[in-house]
Design a protein around this ligand. Sequence first.
Ligand code: UT7
Length: 337
Amino acid sequence: MKQSIIKGTGMYVPPNVITNHDLSKFMDTSDEWIKQRTGIEQRHWIDQKGATGSADLGFKAAEIALEKAGWTPEDLDFIIFATLSPDIMFPGSGCLLQAKLGLNSTPALDIRQQCTGFLYGIATADAYIKAGMADKVLLVGGEVHSSGLDKSTRGRDVTVIFGDGAAAVCIEGLETDEKVGLLASSLHADGNLADALMTELPASRLPKRCPKGLPTDDLRYYPVMDGPAIFKKAVRMLPRVINESLEKAQLTLEDIDLIIPHQANMRINQALGQFLKVDDNKIFHNIQKYGNTTAASIPIALHEAIEQERVGKPGEIVLFAGLGAGLTWGSAIYKFL
Ligand code: UT7
């Protein structure tokens, strides 16, 4: 049976750093509030002149991942792009990235699963590989949030948490009897809670999608979030979905070398650690530097964890987990070759 093996990772964040102090210049917030409630110290935002989209960030991350894997774009037989902030309404960012890579027929699939985009993406890559439909897959998570945030005090609960960024992972099918690669994954969604975190416009269900005369600061252009409700849901669902994947892989938390949770809020991930009774140094945190980069958050963390040698040696096992808009949530367990 083929197993899905990570051959290379890459990440890219735009150079423009926005500190909490910077935010407090244009909205009523403070470094103290943001750090205390979220753990975030800064985030990277694209310059707001336009012309940089999620596929541009994804392309830079993909170049690094391809180089690490020793692949050229021509080696790819499938591209998956996870984003909630596509460059344009259609076609998807996967197609735009494919063209940037200089390709013109490699299949490209977009995944719109927000904070769990990477988890849905790696499960999809694995399924394509196991079904014999692809062998060398490029999975990218990329987001440009900053061009679509309400930067007034009205939007402060959402705007302070989001950052721009992208990460890419090259995944290859390897014929082996060894128990390596993606050992298990568990995915869930509850669309009944879609309005707990959403951006409504542009909307195909509305005449003209962005109705004429609508002020460009209409709330529906911006993400709105019931933060406390999502926080509670995350703390409740993440341990469950982690145990689900552990059971599937017939492993326990003792077998896990590093937990890489989605970086939505430092307090969520600390609460997760307490609930699971695992030491905080077994949980990867980088929200301080990047904020919440949604579909890019887990693969950025994976890339950094490998670079920092926190995980990645043969036989080591990493567990990914996340919950976000949809609502969607999931987990995955990966064993390095
Ligand atoms: O990745 C996608 C999934 N999303 C998440 O996982 C987000 C989960 N939720 C959260 O991370 C937290 O709910 C937030 C960080 C968004 C908010 O933290 P909180 O501790 O739940 O605060 P809150 O929404 O209950 O608001 C507490 C107070 C309110 O003021 P009053 O009503 O107590 O006077 C807010 O208006 O904090 C106020 N507030 C702020 N104050 C300064 C909200 N945002 C800010 C802000 N700066 N940026």
